[in-house]
Design a binder for this molecule. Structure first.
Ligand code: NZQ
Ligand code: ZN
Length: 413
């Protein structure tokens, strides 16, 4: 197990009805002025926004609203939010929504004390500062990105065709309100994309080059098994509270860092090479209509298959196959088949990738890039911005060049 530092400082307020306690909790935490950020209307239609603002009023927390964060959120609204937060003197940015809304809130919070355009922080031309930065809180309406507790924030810039992540401990939200009943209204596709994103957050860390770390690996596999068990239940019955609640909490644990403890290369770094996310972010940067989780459902198996013959990846695939899917290499002697041990191992590794991909497809996710509207003609543009974001090589379990990335995209067409 490698040395690590880990903190998850967010206070989680979890359960039925916590939506009505937002104002009281914010006031108790010393907040008096909130900029309430939300998306494209679901929280208005479901009544969630009204419950939140009523609780703010009851608790004497002043607020202003900022609507319109879109999936794969864009920097223009962040700029507007920075202006509004300064005007209001906001001491907390309160996101009511999913990862896109929370990331918009995080970026606004980072932008408030920054002297200059907020994009400079994402372009890594300036560093975020703590002083004068409002806190971030969220009322989570879709379990997926894990942004309610993560150290990261991902923002798109349509003009530059870029989608950029910014990881910093300053991004850890102070409070997360997690009411599983709010997720009953999620469309099946968003539920499934969210689950896929969670599995990706776990596997990016699992497929780091650290070798076995049993405590973390069992947590990781347990989280994935929970998703495999609970997701069909909510697709069948969207108001299954316990299944929704379990999925919601997995979303947090998948990305607050606990699923990578001891697998990180440097004590303060995040575990893993984040290859699937690197490959996916180019898809949703070029076409913001592509849902992050759906893109991952396609590129993650393609990447795993591509690297599956390496020694380190093989060890990881066998561990995942055994613990999550019950896949073991066949044994020529006991199973009475004529297969060389290396071939049996290779078959088990590939069968594990197949099982993972079949699970994604079984919950309604795409198998190919074609289903997302991406064609061979799009690949050069994806590679150009991938190189801007990642440099000429990236990844950990196996370093990937831009030529490798091209082959991975092409294998998924
Ligand atoms: O905009 P509204 O109308 O609210 O609709 C949303 C949106 O269309 C809808 N929705 C949310 N809650 C709902 C609901 N519909 C009905 N009932 C509800 N209860 O769902 C759609 C998707 O919402 P979004 O916030 O985009 O989903 P998600 O949480 O998957 O966030 C995706 C974004 O997070 C980024 C992704 O790249 C993407 O931009 N990520 C952020 C991370 C982080 N900050 O740690 C890590 C992730 O790897 C990811 O990259
Ligand atoms: Zn993700």
């Amino acid at each position: 197990m490698n040395d690590f530092t880990f903190q998850s400082p967010t206070r989680f307020v979890f359960g039925r009805g916590v939506t009505d306690r937002v104002g009281a909790e914010l006031a108790a935490a010393g907040h008096a002025r909130a900029l309430v950020v939300y998306g494209q209307g679901s929280v208005v239609r479901t009544g969630t926004l009204g419950r939140v603002t009523a609780s703010l009023e009851a608790a004497g927390v002043a607020y202003a609203e900022l609507a319109g964060a879109r999936p794969n959120p864009e920097v223009t609204l962040v700029r507007e939010g920075v202006r509004r937060a300064r005007e209001l003197g906001a001491d907390v940015i309160l996101a009511v929504g999913g990862g896109s809304v929370i990331d918009t809130a995080k970026a606004i919070s980072l932008g408030v004390p920054h002297d200059g355009d907020v994009w400079e922080l994402f372009a890594k031309r300036a560093r975020p500062v703590a002083e004068g930065k409002p806190a971030v809180a969220s009322v989570l309406t879709i379990p997926a990105a894990g942004s309610e507790a993560s150290d990261s924030c991902v923002i798109s810039n349509d003009e530059l065709c870029l989608k950029r992540g910014l990881s910093s401990e300053l991004n850890r939200p102070e409070l997360a309100f997690m009411d599983p009943e709010l997720t009953f209204t999620l469309p099946a596709y968003q539920t499934a994309a969210g689950v896929t994103d969670m599995i990706a957050h776990i596997l990016e860390r699992f497929f780091s080059a650290a070798g076995p770390v049993p405590v973390t690996d069992h947590i990781a596999c347990g989280l994935i098994r929970t998703l495999i068990e609970e997701t069909p239940r909510v697709l069948e019955r969207p108001d299954d509270y316990d299944a929704r609640a379990n999925i919601m909490w997995v979303g947090t644990l998948a990305h607050n860092g606990i699923a990578g403890v001891g697998r990180n290369a440097q004590p303060a770094s995040r575990a893993g090479g984040w290859e699937s996310h690197g490959l996916e972010h180019e898809l949703s940067a070029h076409d913001p209509k592509i849902t992050h989780g759906a893109g991952l459902a396609v590129v993650m198996p393609a990447w795993l298959r591509y690297v599956s013959d390496g020694e380190a990846a093989t060890e990881r695939l066998l561990a995942l196959g055994r613990e999550v899917f019950g896949i073991e290499p066949v044994d020529a002697e006991t199973d009475g088949v004529d297969v060389a041990p290396e071939e049996a191992v290779r078959d088990a590794a590939l069968a594990t990738v197949d099982a993972l991909q079949d699970f994604f497809v079984s919950i309604g996710m795409p198998r190919t890039l074609g289903e997302l509207g991406v064609t061979a003609d799009d690949v050069p543009a994806l590679l150009a911005t991938l190189e801007q974001n990642k440099g000429s090589e990236f990844g950990e379990i196996r370093r990937l060049t831009m030529d490798d990335a091209r082959r991975i995209y092409e294998s998924a067409l």
